[in-house]
Design a protein around this ligand. Sequence first.
Ligand code: PAF
Length: 274
Amino acid sequence: MKIFNDITALRKSLNSQQQIAFVPTMGNLHAGHLALIQQAKQLSDCVVVSIFVNRLQFLPHEDFNQYPRTLDDDCRLLAELNVNTVFAPDEEILFPTPQEFLLALPSVANTLEGEFRPGFFQGVATIVLKLFNIIQPHLALLGKKDYQQLYIVREMVRQLNLPVEIIACETVRAPDGLALSSRNQYLNKVQRLEACHLYQALLQIKKEIISGCKEFLTLQENATKDLIQRGWKVDYIRIQKRSLLTPAQINDEDLVVLGAAWLDKTRLIDNLEI
Ligand code: PAF
């Protein structure tokens, strides 16, 4: 496995590859990332994983400094999986000067996560575009756990005609249903036991919709109230139309329910397609 910090050396090494499958990450790899990598390996002989904690996607008060950085462990895991190439650049490599060119995003980027984390998707889209330009992958694999991120990256690829196919991978969950996330490790034991209730709340909504309930606003409100009663601070629980990520209308069939909520200082997100 080759580990690169430098862009020129990385490009040279990837130059002759027919088909590159790319998994962008911020490191601190868990079974969710490993599932993406396994899927990438099935699709291509050349798998590139990037590890970069991207400050553009953190607000000033967010956990950029605290975000777990575990490069040596990550590389050990990736070597065990026979990943061909790791791109783990220092900040000066990706931002030799301040990143003043930023993508202007459509209004969907200001909803849901974007409403509570303004600028987040601009930071994500800008770094993903840079990584695509550096690595020039044929395929890129992203998890459904970050559903809106997946949606926005897909739209970016479509609207900017980027020559890469986006592959969506299912969320990997702990046995109690909690979606795997690097931020789960901020939870203490009691919070970890409670954490699966975000998933439970979304599951309850999914069940009610499947059994015919169309009272979307009531379902959202009830789930929010339940979580608040359990001690959560809820940013949003929303039932959206999958194809546009806009609020679901009564006759929409392609639905997804998304939620974001805090357990003390830890913010968790999750979603379920219906
Ligand atoms: O999902 C993530 O880990 C990040 O948002 C990504 C796609 C690697 C961009 O920094």
